[in-house]
Design a binder for this molecule. Structure first.
Ligand code: GLA
Length: 694
């Protein structure tokens, strides 16, 4: 799992110090928990009912709170991902976001809650034990902000922690022991949503803490959406359907591909626990914050929607690009998230990083996400039958990012760009015939090109439609100076159902082209029998590569093709260090220091071009000594799509271990580090002395 911030580490230290103090006072263990819990002004807590949604059968509105709230996943904004506690989090920001919700059509699209996260209060309560809004950030108080937001037909959310203090280093007052008074104050201000965090919880049982606030909110009589934020630590999906409307399932998201991916993978298996009024919450959106590409942000938004996740915008919309508005404002994707049936999509397959996730919709259609986790374009396929649709002659297949409809005879497939998601809605609606046929446009062979040397690639257009694709014509283009030539026919008069047009191409990068990634575009145009034009475009990333020299090479001296890293960049010949580039220390495993190698952080993958000319990769591997003894990782060596070697789970306690893989015939070798399956942080992993023999 990605590295947690030092703030998080501090939070843990604080927790154990408190435990030590209670211990010294003879109040350790459950007694201590009760002693702290007893300070609650709720005068005791009710039991958690067992009628949750663990079996997926719970009814609607399970939070046992006033109002039929969150019957679809909450949508809105929260400042945390864009501002943390910085000064720009203030009244002007909150009002600005509310204004933009209206002006940009986001309110119309369903976004409703404008939520304040940590740091809105002063560090001390007033003489009456009441919370005090920070007068610098909120000079008019919270009620005034709520009034402003309400006047626009929107709702206001607030934040506190089920602990003695919130999570920020500064430590704002938490609600543990103040549940009734704080809930009353929120209700009096006109708050409509509470995010209730988990920091400084003094070891008090989570169910007790979260039920105490539920009951306090209930006692106010005001309908308030209740968002449980205990990071999935106590499996809230098993007990919280009757407690809150949503519960975080994971640690905090950050604005990186690997964080988003790891959170998605933790949340996907929990599908059966979600339903109207009780949702899995894989944390707020990072779309627009700058750490991912727009392709990756579309994946983020597509996958959160098919997971029926809350859609809380996490970027400062006052600075957002048109692309950000286009992504978060895509009403066809939002409709997948907000479908009233309230199902979270199920994973149908995920082999080789090619994910198929399908979500049953109220109208009987299925939303289908074809998500490509890998760094190269992949063909991802399923069928109308496999996603649960009834047998039919044809189906309407709607592409929710292209906003176009096609017909399919039953095949649902696409070649999906690296890190991309094709999001479809497929219906057996009997109206398929009016749409052009869907085609899949793909490429056989990876576009790995040595400068000045023609590479041979084959494109393939397959008609998935019930109707024929006519006047089919494929083109392949690249950057200026690249020569791309068809060496077999690139047109076909008509392609019947399931038939393909394959075209052979030679692709030559200019002599002297620098190694690296280049954009190519494959495109096919065609007509439906009625004459309507349609096309399919596949953006591709070609790599100009250099074959490794014959003999033994130190891997850290070779140019890599691509890297993915859980925290900061991959380092050459030093450990991972912290988040900045070049901040590592000498690679050290179990006291042994290594001069050469790679310092990475799980989840990580580093790819090298080997051009089918190498035989073996060997290394010494282990968790770097630089972090406290928490890291747990596994090392894997992949030869093209095949795992060629792996270690078991290694920890800081282990000495460097040898790993060796036969990579003969592989075009690409991938060095992978996983988080060892424990979802823990500080996974600083070293590939010491990796040597490639060619
Ligand atoms: C925790 C939560 C985050 C955010 C911060 C605020 O880390 O999980 O979502 O609210 O606290 O300090």
């Amino acid at each position: 799992m990605r590295h947690l911030t030092s703030r998080t580490t501090r939070r843990r230290v604080v927790g154990s110090l408190t435990a030590a103090l209670l211990c010294a006072a003879g109040l350790a263990g459950p007694a201590a928990a009760q002693a702290t819990g007893g300070a609650s002004d709720t005068g005791g807590t009710s039991d958690v009912s067992d009628t949750g949604s663990a079996n997926g059968t719970a009814g609607t509105g399970g939070a046992n709170l006033p109002g039929d709230l969150a019957l679809t996943p909450p949508m809105g904004f929260n400042n945390w991902n864009s501002t943390h506690c910085r000064a720009e989090f203030d009244e002007a920001m909150v009002k600005g976001i509310a204004d933009l919700f209206v002006e940009k059509g986001l309110k119309e699209a369903g976004y409703q809650y404008v939520n304040l996260d940590d740091c809105w209060a002063l560090p001390e309560r007033d003489a009456n034990g009441k919370l005090v809004p920070d007068p610098k950030r909120f000079p008019g108080g919270i009620k005034a902000v709520a009034d402003y937001v309400h006047a626009k037909g929107l709702k206001l959310g607030i934040y506190t922690s089920a602990g003695t203090k919130t999570c920020s280093d500064i430590g704002f007052p938490g609600a543990l022991g103040h549940e009734v008074s704080d809930a009353r104050q929120f209700a009096d201000w006109g708050v409509d949503y509470l995010k209730y965090d988990n920091c400084n919880n003094q070891g008090v049982d989570a169910k007790k803490r979260y039920v105490a606030m539920r009951d306090a909110l209930k006692a106010t009589g005001r309908p308030i959406v209740y968002s449980i934020c205990e990071w999935g630590e106590n499996k809230p999906w098993e007990w919280a359907a009757d407690v809150g409307h949503l519960w975080r399932t994971t640690g905090d998201i950050s604005d990186t591909w690997s964080s988003m991916l790891s959170i998605m993978k933790q949340n996907l298996p929990l599908a059966k626990h979600a339903g109207p009024g009780h949702w899995n919450d894989p944390d707020m959106l990072e779309v627009g914050n700058g750490g991912m590409t727009d392709t990756e942000y579309r994946t983020h938004f597509s996958m959160w929607s098919i997971m029926a996740a809350p859609l809380l915008i996490g970027s400062d919309l006052r600075k957002a690009t048109p692309e950000t508005f286009e992504i978060i404002g895509n009403e066809e994707v939002i409709a997948v998230d907000q479908d009233p049936l309230g199902k979270q999509g199920d994973v149908l397959s995920s082999e080789g990083g090619r994910w198929v996730v399908a979500k049953e919709m109220k109208d009987g259609s299925r939303a289908v996400a074809l998500f490509n986790e890998t760094g190269t374009a992949q063909s991802i396929a399923t069928t109308a039958k496999a996603v649960g649709l009834p047998a039919a002659d044809g189906y309407t297949l709607r592409d929710l990012w292209k906003h176009k409809s096609y017909n399919t005879a039953g095949g649902i497939s696409a070649t999906v760009p690296a890190h991309g998601t094709v999001l479809l809605r497929v219906s057996a609606d009997g109206k398929w015939a009016k749409n052009p046929p869907a085609v899949e446009l793909g490429l056989e062979g990876a576009p790995l090109v040595e400068a000045g040397k023609p590479a041979r690639l084959t494109s393939k257009v397959t008609n998935l439609g019930r109707t024929p694709a006519q006047k089919v014509s494929t083109t392949f283009t690249g950057p200026s100076g690249w020569r791309i030539k068809a060496t077999s026919p690139s047109t076909a008069a008509s392609l019947p159902t399931d038939k393909s047009l394959s075209t052979k191409w030679t692709v030559t990068a200019p002599r002297g082209a620098a190694p690296g990634a280049y954009d190519l575009t494959l495109k096919t145009g065609y007509r439906s029998p009625g004459g309507a034009r349609a096309d399919s475009v596949l953006p591709l990333t070609a790599h100009v590569v250099v074959a490794p020299p014959a003999g033994n090479s130190a891997v850290s001296d070779l140019p890599w093709m691509s890297t993915v890293n859980g925290w900061g960049p991959v380092e050459k010949d030093t450990s991972n260090g912290e988040s900045a580039a070049g901040d590592g220390k000498p690679l050290t495993i179990g006291g042994a220091v290594f001069a050469k190698g790679l310092g990475v952080h799980a989840d990580s993958a580093v790819e090298y071009y080997t051009g089918a000319s190498c035989e073996k990769l060997t290394a010494r591997v282990g968790v770097d000594d630089e972090k406290d003894p928490k890291g747990t990782v596994t090392f894997e060596i992949w030869a093209d799509g095949k795992k060629a070697a792996s270690t078991g789970v290694l920890t800081n306690a282990d000495a460097a271990q040898g790993i060796s893989a036969d990579v003969s015939g592989a075009q690409v070798v991938r060095l992978v580090v996983t988080d060892g399956g424990d979802g823990r942080d500080s996974d600083h992993a070293d590939w010491a002395e990796p040597v490639l023999s060619c």
